[in-house]
Design a protein around this ligand. Structure first.
Ligand code: GLU
Length: 281
């Protein structure tokens, strides 16, 4: 059965950027007659804002974006992530940020230094982070909007962090474990995560998890080209019909007057195959 999900990080209220991802994934699930789950990604405690999760859920409800089943909180699922870590080829890394920046041979697509595998031989002194050993095979997938995407993880990203010694499980690990455990078949989310997808597919293969279908919608950016977020001063969306209409417009969809109509007219082929789109606010 089609199972989709929206997985916000509770770092602030829903803004137009996160609403586009929520609406696209809700419409895609409802148009397919599928289930739509909501998962609060609250692992990175220092970045979470008290009350934000409740506010996001209330806004979704008032917009009519209702979900199926119980809302899941990642902070209550640490045992699942711990168990998955045991199954993966990992090693401890003692490198500091500075050492990685100095030894790296280049920058990954996301701007972070590519990790050159310094601690692979297993000689790490201090245990700073647990990394997964990547491989030289090319990992490709066909995004439903953005087209074919390929990465060679060992060359393009390097062995990446799954767990930090301060007790933090990485997003890349948690998202894969949860999508697997919750039976997610279709992931619809912002294109800022397009470059993370090959890492997630790699972990899915290692864990024997099915690979979902992916659809990445453009992220809303401001006039300066920055992703809308709390840091760039994005405003909380008002739960009104006009808000839904602007979100539908950014998704390239027909102008309709109700959510039911939007479901009937939902056409992912109309979504712009770009990573970013300028939004008025
Ligand atoms: N929690 C992530 C975010 O808010 C989204 C994760 C996902 O959809 O895979 O950016």
């Amino acid at each position: 059965m089609y199972t989709g999900r929206f997985a916000p990080s509770p770092t602030g209220p829903l803004h137009i950027g996160s609403l586009i991802a929520a609406l696209a994934s809700w419409l895609d699930a409802r148009a397919a007659g599928g289930r739509w789950l909501v998962r609060i990604e609250d692992l990175d405690r220092p970045r979470c804002v008290p009350g934000a999760a409740g506010e996001i859920l209330r806004t979704l409800e008032r917009l009519g974006l209702t979900w199926d089943g119980e809302v899941v909180y990642q902070s209550r699922r640490l045992a699942l992530y711990e168990a998955a870590l045991q199954e993966l080829p990992t090693y401890w890394c003692s490198c500091t940020r500075r050492e990685i920046a100095d030894s790296s041979l280049g920058l990954a697509v996301d701007g972070a230094p590519i990790y050159p595998g310094t601690c692979r031989p297993g000689a790490a002194g201090a245990r700073r982070a647990l990394r997964v050993r990547t491989s030289a095979e090319e990992i490709c997938f066909d995004d439903r909007v953005q087209g074919r995407q390929c990465q060679v993880l060992e060359r393009d990203i390097g062995d990446f962090v799954l767990y930090r010694a301060d007790g933090l499980f990485a997003y890349q690990l948690a998202v894969v474990v949860d999508d697997f455990q919750q039976g997610v078949t279709h992931v619809v989310r912002g294109a800022d995560l397009l470059d993370s997808t090959p890492r997630q597919i790699y972990l899915q293969r290692l864990l024997g998890a099915p690979v979902p279908r992916y659809l990445h919608v453009p992220v809303a950016v401001n006039a300066a080209g920055e992703k809308l977020s709390k840091q760039t001063g994005a405003l909380a969306v008002e739960p009104t019909r006009d808000t839904l209409r602007s979100a539908l417009r950014l998704l390239g969809q027909e102008d309709v007057s109700s959510l039911e109509e939007a479901v009937r007219h939902w056409n992912p082929a109309l979504i712009s195959p770009r990573r970013a789109l300028a939004s008025p606010r």
